[in-house]
Design a binder for this molecule. Structure first.
Ligand code: NI
Ligand code: MN
Length: 224
């Protein structure tokens, strides 16, 4: 599987002839090199309705015919805009072809840029091509992350930007609860307010946990 960091909390996963995009915030991003025409997902998975996560969903899913997979409220919002959508909610799992999607709790909020209610914010566990990946969405640290790690995680994508989400210290505690094999930090440096030393975070993860940690610049990829 190839994972491409799209910038902010945006991720593209490609494996087994399936492309999944999570929280694509591209055109509003100040410095990602990714362009919308590089994305042709089968699924667009959205953790919550904030503009930096809903992002370019309408353009991307409209162009590729992808199914928007999210909370009932976000799926309904997508359907109202003529997009294919599939409504789920926290704790539920569903399999879409080669990809299993299960939503988890997240401690945050969720409303669209136009003020529409976005339901509860969520994180998501994706299983694709034998890999189990947790994208935390925007969240505070919470002890039930222990339950999310149960069964093993090949990769945890964790916000470290602070202010709106966990900062580096709480994200490090999240790694201790989740016990993933690898960690990639996200949701930092996009704006001045979210400025963080991701390299220092990565060395703290390596020295204090058994996880590997990779810092990706927007547009960079890793193979899983
Ligand atoms: Ni948010
Ligand atoms: Mn956010």
């Amino acid at each position: 599987m190839r994972l491409r960091f799209l910038g902010h909390s945006g991720m593209q996963l490609v494996a087994a002839g399936t492309e999944v995009v999570i929280d694509p915030y591209i055109s509003g991003h100040p410095n990602t090199p990714v362009t919308l025409d590089e994305l042709a997902p089968d699924l667009v998975v959205i953790t919550h309705a904030h503009g930096d996560h809903w992002g370019d969903t309408e353009a991307i899913a409209g162009a590729s015919g992808a199914t928007v997979v999210s909370s009932a409220e976000i799926a309904g919002y997508a359907a109202d805009r003529g997009l294919k959508s599939h409504a789920m909610n926290i704790g539920g799992a569903h399999t879409f072809g080669a990809c299993r999607v299960k939503f988890t709790p997240a401690w945050h909020s969720s409303s669209f840029p136009d003020g529409s209610y976005g339901g509860m914010p969520m994180g998501v566990i994706l299983e694709l091509a034998g890999q189990r990946i947790y994208h935390a969405g925007d969240t505070a640290l919470f002890e039930d992350m222990k339950l999310i790690g149960r069964g093993g995680l090949d990769l945890a994508l964790l916000p470290i930007g602070d202010n709106y989400t966990m900062g580096p210290e709480d994200a490090l505690a999240a790694v201790e609860l989740l016990q993933p094999k690898r960690v990639v930090p996200m949701h930092y440096d996009t704006f001045d307010l979210l400025s963080q030393d991701a390299v220092a975070f990565a060395s703290a993860v390596r020295s204090r946990t058994s996880a590997e940690c990779e810092v990706l610049r927007p547009g960079e990829t890793i193979d899983l």
